[in-house]
Design a protein. Structure first.
Lengths: 246, 267
């Protein structure tokens, strides 16, 4: 059986971290998570790695493989060059708890701060609504999100500029779009998106779209449409004038 | 057991664990946009060889003032400052230029390629400070929708120029007859690509239907939104194709006008 070398980030007891090399057997069809599990089973029983479904649907095994944010369970070994060491690091945008496990609790706090859905009056006495499927399809794309937070990890506003207090990141702009564009929603999130959610910080480099394992068009379908709604509300004098006559 | 998370420090400029050629795309964007800007600036200041028969270079269209038969209002106006250089393109090019400059696709591309913000995805940046498009000066990018409307007007004018490029004057009688030359095809393809780029613009998509949560209740808007969305999925490709086509159209007309290339008549 062939062997490959993995350079895995290990957090040391004092809080510092560094790469440690492991050489392990690999075979056809293996994914990076399989290799990490084999290393954990045979060489490093104290290696911490978060995982659950191994099917790219739970969003638990997010990491950076050869510097690219990816799900370990969806990265087949034939997609990486095994002739040189494969680096496996935790997501750099979030604090490392131990080894490959990061503290992503900030995301859950951010989610709580977004105005919840406020449905309009039901269309029928039985409390049901009628919506056109094509209107629903638009927000349905956003519901594919598995909250792996790879988009948050790669976003340079959070990753390099540490704007966690001022910017909610692509994941929650998608979440806000999912609510804001919902056909039955009546809440208004545009003021908060401009103010404390910091949509203006996004400079649309599309890195979030590139790493999304669910292939959600984060920038084109969620962030830019929200940016345009903010522009209409606050920066476009013509639409502001027209609103006065409505 | 209490766990104290440790934040992995951000890296310095250009530092990354990526193994791929992450610099290739930003470098290609830098070279492509730089080449276009240099050529367009040079061509705009030439002020000659921008027409050939019924063809008018898109850099000079519409020709408001100028010496060619395409000029709307005659030659260079008297009020133009004597010391300022004049070329019909100088009155025109800033508008499509600013449309592209404020375009969402180009913004993302040149922030990476020219300003390294970031140099590429998951690659360390040169600066610690960051304001994004949240404050001056980049908040001015929100003017994009106004340049989009001007670009639509230019699109109509270029379509009219492409139509006029199908009518060739007889050298003896001066009578115009319908015809198609290679230059006609070049100018028509240019309009089609510019149309695909402009009508698939994110702002266009927003104003024609994206502003509604239930666009299905507005049938005309729904159709327009679907068309704009279809073009929007290829916005990057159309951005580059139309940039190339507009430069090539100018080169074609220029080289025909200089006698270096011969325009073949197909019909």
């Amino acid at each position: 059986m062939a062997e490959a070398t993995f350079r895995i980030w290990r957090t040391e007891p004092g809080g510092e971290g560094g790469f440690q090399e492991y050489r392990t057997a690999v075979s056809d069809g293996m994914v990076v998570l399989d290799a990490v599990h084999r290393i954990q089973a045979e060489q490093a029983p104290d290696l911490a790695v978060r995982w659950n479904c191994k099917a790219g649907k739970c969003g638990s095994c997010s990491a950076e493989i050869n510097g690219r944010p990816r799900l370990m369970c969806m990265t087949r070994l034939n997609q990486v060059n095994l002739n040189e060491p494969v680096t496996v690091e935790p997501m750099r945008t979030f604090p490392s708890i131990k080894d490959l496990v990061t503290d992503v609790s900030w995301n859950f706090r951010v989610k709580k701060g977004i105005t919840k859905i406020k449905p309009r009056k039901p269309d029928f006495a039985d409390g049901t609504f009628r919506m056109a499927q094509r209107d629903v399809d638009r927000v349905q794309e956003f519901r594919k999100c598995i909250e792996c937070f790879l988009c948050q990890d790669v976003c340079h506003v959070l990753r390099d500029h540490n704007k966690h207090e001022e910017f909610i990141g692509p994941r929650f702009l998608v979440y806000a779009a999912q609510l804001e564009m919902n056909p039955i929603d009546t809440a208004d999130r545009i003021p908060e998106l401009k103010a404390d959610k910091g949509i203006g910080y996004c400079n649309i480099t599309k890195c979030c779209t590139k790493v999304c394992p669910e292939h959600i068009h984060i920038t084109d379908n969620a962030i830019i449409p929200l940016k345009e709604r903010v522009v209409s509300r606050y920066y476009d004098p013509v639409t502001r004038l027209l609103r006065l006559f409505k | 057991m209490q766990v104290i998370p440790v934040r992995v420090e951000p890296r310095g400029f250009g530092q990354t664990s990526r193994r791929d050629a992450w610099w290739a795309v930003p470098l290609g964007v830098f070279l492509g946009l730089s080449a276009f800007i240099v050529y367009a600036t040079w061509a705009a200041f030439q002020g000659e060889h921008y027409t050939y028969g019924p063809y008018l270079s898109p850099f000079y269209a519409p020709e408001l003032f100028g010496d060619s038969p395409h000029a709307w209002f005659g030659p260079k106006p008297a009020w133009w400052p004597a010391l300022a250089p004049f070329s019909p393109a100088l009155l025109i090019l800033p508008f499509p230029g600013l449309f592209r400059f404020t375009c969402y696709y180009y913004r993302g591309a040149y922030y990476k390629a020219f300003w390294a913000d970031p140099p590429s995805c998951a690659v360390g940046e040169p600066r610690k400070g960051y304001w994004g498009e949240n404050s001056f000066p980049l908040i001015l990018q929100n003017v994009h929708r106004y340049f989009m409307w001007i670009a639509v007007l230019f699109l109509l004018l270029l379509a009219y120029d492409a139509w006029k490029a199908m009518w060739f004057a007889d050298p003896v009688t001066g009578a115009e007859t319908f015809g198609i030359g290679v230059g006609t095809i070049v100018l028509v393809v240019n309009v089609v690509l510019l149309g695909s780029y402009t009508l698939g613009c994110h702002v266009m998509r927003h104003v024609v239907g994206g502003t509604f949560d239930e666009v299905s209740k507005h049938p005309v808007c729904e159709r327009a939104y679907a068309c704009s969305t279809a073009l929007n999925y290829k916005h990057q490709a159309f951005a580059w194709a139309s940039l190339f086509s507009v430069a090539f159209s100018d080169i074609y007309v220029r080289l025909c006008s200089m006698g270096i290339w011969t325009d073949l008549r197909i019909l």
